[in-house]
Design a protein around this ligand. Structure first.
Ligand SMILES: Cc1cc2nc3c(=O)[nH]c(=O)nc-3n(C[C@H](O)[C@H](O)[C@H](O)COP(=O)(O)O)c2cc1C
Length: 306
């Protein structure tokens, strides 16, 4: 079963991925956070990310065939052999422009876009989507129009767009979508431990070719490795390896105010792994001295990962 690393814009950029994959294993591929335009800067950032040990799939966000095709051509020139199309982003600024998950609310337009892209794109593409825009029953009827297209993979985040990132995932509807699709899908949404993973495998069975893990990497960065090994690693090993990772990634991030702010942002997520109480995290975020902040973070890891 394939395990993919989810795109998390603002968190899992090339810099983060390069350190993460140096210390944590088990992922078979990674989808990069979405790109909006064909600016050289964006391509350069993508290129940096391809050098890592985990194959990288760039993701595009758009609603115009010509623009997507032209960007796909640039990606091909950069050496990429496929891309992922974002049909799931619920951010207001994206919705306003009728991109991301907004397209799920316009089934005919979306179906035409996918049909045109399928016949004209210079690269094969996969789709990452949700179960619907307003409700989780909206994707399934649309799949009837997509299922004969050469979409290489269907990744489903088991929520509607209006749910955002909270509220219950609808695994049963995801199973029905997979049956409608007629090919195995990749499941995404709230996989934070091995029990979550086992539950998905048990429910979707042969309808599943893989899972994608997003926020679960912060809850337990060893999760993919533990799933692959079928067992949990010793706390002593996790403690040591996490501290090594943190030393590595924080080295450069301590040196500039902007990147120190980003490091603090990462700790909003890693705090669940290190079991830092919310009040303590808020206090830590007010620390101005990067070395003191890192010492405190390490202190929580040493004390609680056991
Ligand atoms: C901060 C943040 C940024 C995200 N950025 C992207 C993105 O660039 N592209 C995308 O397809 N999904 C994006 N997502 C959605 C995740 O890839 C994933 O589908 C979602 O978090 C559910 O999976 P999880 O429960 O495993 O985190 C983002 C989610 C979060 C919380």
């Amino acid at each position: 079963m394939k395990i993919l690393f989810a795109p998390l814009k603002g968190l899992t950029d090339a810099h983060f991925r390069s350190f993460f994959f140096r210390h944590f294993h088990g992922f078979d591929g990674a989808v990069a956070p979405f790109l909006l335009s064909s600016e050289d800067e964006a391509l350069r950032a993508q290129r940096e990310g391809t050098a890592g040990p985990v194959p990288l799939i760039p993701q595009l966000l758009g609603n115009r065939t010509e623009q997507l095709i032209s960007f796909a051509g640039l990606l091909r020139d950069e050496g990429f052999d496929r891309f992922n199309l974002n049909l799931g982003c619920p951010a207001r600024v994206v919705i306003k422009k009728s991109k991301g998950s907004a397209l799920l609310a316009e089934p005919e337009r979306l179906s035409s876009l996918l049909t045109e892209l399928s016949s004209q794109s210079p690269l094969p593409f996969s789709v990452k989507t949700r179960l619907g825009y307003y409700d989780t029953n909206e994707l399934r009827p649309q799949l009837k129009n997509w299922k004969d297209l050469p979409i290489t993979e269907l990744i489903i985040h088991a929520r509607s767009a209006v749910q955002g990132y909270t509220g219950p995932v609808n695994r049963e509807e995801t199973l029905l979508c997979a049956r409608e699709w007629g090919r195995p899908i990749i499941y995404n949404g709230d996989i934070c431990d091995r029990e979550d993973y086992d539950r998905i495998i048990a429910l979707l069975k042969e309808n599943l070719s893989g899972v994608m893990i997003g926020r679960g990497i912060f809850h337990n960065p060893f999760l993919a490795e533990e799933i692959k090994k079928g067992t949990s690693l010793e706390w002593a090993e996790k403690r040591e390896r996490f501290i090594d990772f943190h030393e590595d990634i924080s080295g450069e991030m301590r040196t500039r105010p902007k990147s120190f702010a980003r490091l603090k942002g990462l700790w909003t997520y890693f705090s669940s792994f290190a079991r830092i109480p919310p009040g303590e995290l808020e206090r830590m975020k007010r620390i101005d001295d990067p070395d003191l902040f890192c010492r405190e973070a390490k202190g929580w890891v040493s004390a609680n990962l056991r």
